[in-house]
Design a protein around this ligand. Structure first.
Ligand code: FMN
Length: 205
């Protein structure tokens, strides 16, 4: 979708101009969860809604969030512990509130984490101490060392194509829906299982 710009006279290579709107649409094709990155400032709990969250390393345990330089969180997170609160499907109002669109109906309750304030009623939480930050163009990449985790048995909130979603069918390795499918109905294919495990681990890190 990008189109060639004038050749660079120094290198004589052709650069491709990517329109920001088209780039955003393309990136929106990558389904994500939704998090609120929370931290303390002036002894108050603060947060920013973030879907640019990624696992980075298992040893040491590191995760990454990408924060726009225009966000208040960007300067406030420098060398500060934070919590990545992975939202549940019932927390759209929370996501909107921390994206700068307060929702009066949203239930926003905090727990004292060991390092930073944690939201309640989430799907999962990762409490982090600051590790490194890197230049990410108009964003800053904050890496945190995971110090504590929590998971809950509820549904995750998903984000795809610019809107919120909840989880649909699981798929088996042949692409068939696993909804209502008894596990014993599937033949046990050890080779496929090993491949799946390798892919799973490679995809996770
Ligand atoms: C679903 C969703 C995902 C978002 N993801 C990000 C993100 O990854 N990084 C970012 O900097 N802002 C993201 N935003 C925008 C911020 O939440 C928004 O700019 C917010 O107002 C920042 O808060 P602050 O200025 O108080 O720090 C997202 C917003 C929404 C609704």
């Amino acid at each position: 979708m990008g189109h060639p710009a004038d050749p660079d006279p120094d290198t004589e290579t052709e650069t491709v101009v990517i329109e920001p709107g088209q780039l955003r649409s393309c990136l929106g094709r990558f389904a994500t969860g939704v998090t609120v990155v929370s931290y303390a400032h002036d002894e108050q709990a603060r947060g920013a809604t973030v879907n640019a969250f990624s696992s980075v390393s298992l040893d040491p345990p590191l995760v990454l969030v990408s924060i726009a330089r225009t966000a208040k969180a960007c300067s406030l997170l420098e060398n500060k512990p934070f919590v990545v609160n992975v939202l549940s499907a019932r927390q759209i109002g929370v996501a909107m509130t921390f994206a700068g669109r307060p929702d009066d109906a949203a239930v926003i309750e905090w727990d004292h984490g060991r390092h930073a304030p944690r939201l309640r009623h989430t799907h999962a939480a990762l409490e982090c101490t600051p590790w490194r930050s890197y230049d990410g163009g108009d964003h800053v990449l904050y890496l945190g060392r995971v110090e504590d985790i929590a998971i809950r048995e509820n549904e995750p909130l998903l984000f795809y194509g610019g809107s919120f979603h909840r989880r649909g069918d699981g798929l088996d390795v042949a692409g068939r829906s696993t909804r209502g499918c008894a596990p014993t109905a599937l033949p046990l294919q050890v080779d496929a299982m090993e491949e799946l495990t390798k892919e799973f681990v490679a995809g996770w890190i």
